[in-house]
Design a protein around this ligand. Sequence first.
Ligand code: SF4
Ligand code: SF4
Length: 70
Amino acid sequence: MSRIVIDSEKCKACYLCIKECPKNLIRVSDKTNKLGDRIVEFNDPDGACLGCALCATRCPDLAIKEVYKG
Ligand code: SF4
Ligand code: SF4
């Protein structure tokens, strides 16, 4: 199963990754990081992630640090 790993301390809450994901698997979390930014989280209850890495490529802060293609 494909999945991503987000480095919450690098996330700047720009939310570009949310728009980029073709499966709408990234959402705004209710958590904040140490900088006070409202981070994003990966939400994929049905295992729909393609492992396409579009989200990681779009992130200007390299906060999506791993993409596992399953
Ligand atoms: S694109 Fe990167 S910095 Fe922007 S919200 Fe997504 S993970 Fe955070
Ligand atoms: S790897 Fe592709 S399908 Fe998976 S969360 Fe990122 S953009 Fe969405």
